[in-house]
Design a binder for this molecule. Structure first.
Ligand code: ATP
Ligand code: MG
Length: 159
């Protein structure tokens, strides 16, 4: 059944708010008014954004900020997408690491990641689920400044 992406993301952000604040991070949701309703698997979409938000929390030092931004009817390759960006002010990812980020078990520099204790599966699951929904994901990052993951979910209507 159709899912209201805005309402769903509000719930997810509320679910991680305590953990973010415990880690000294400010977290907020920012949306451009119109509801974004689409046919997606709510549980998979939840896992996608929990993974992205867990990363943002894990890889952002205290005092940082996490923003979840929703935009609808974004045009890309002649189709409409709903876009959700997870923006952090964290440690960032070196450019040469970006092409491997969605590989299974890949973690940037074991040295910096070891103490945070993940498996390196989170982003490969995100990538797989987004593709299963006919969408795609992009990443932009600047070491010591932050990272933006943007998820594109198809809104159907070809232009
Ligand atoms: P898991 O998600 O399985 O617990 P993980 O977080 O290490 O482990 P991924 O979520 O797949 O694995 O992320 C892969 C690597 O990408 C991470 O080890 C980390 O180095 C880097 N990374 C992911 N998200 C961010 C981010 N927001 N800021 C900085 N680095 C990130
Ligand atoms: Mg992760």
């Amino acid at each position: 059944k159709p899912l209201d992406l805005t309402v769903h993301l509000e719930r997810i952000v509320d679910d991680v708010r305590y953990e973010a604040e415990e880690n000294g991070l400010d977290i907020r949701l920012c949306t451009n008014s119109r509801p974004v309703t689409m046919m997606v698997d709510a549980r998979r979409i939840t896992q996608v954004f929990i993974n992205l938000l867990t990363n943002a929390i894990r890889y952002t030092p205290r005092g940082g900020k996490i923003t979840v931004k929703i935009e609808n009817r974004v045009v890309d390759r002649n189709a409409f997408f709903a876009c959700v960006s997870v923006i952090d002010t964290g440690i960032g990812i070196p450019a040469e690491e970006l092409p491997h980020l969605f590989d299974r078990f890949y973690r940037v520099e074991e040295a910096r990641s070891r103490h945070t204790g993940g498996t390196g599966l989170g982003l490969s699951i995100v990538h797989h689920f987004i593709r299963a929904h006919g969408g795609f994901i992009r990443v932009a990052s600047q070491p010591d400044e932050g990272t933006i993951f943007t998820v594109y979910l198809p809104e159907g209507n070809e232009i």
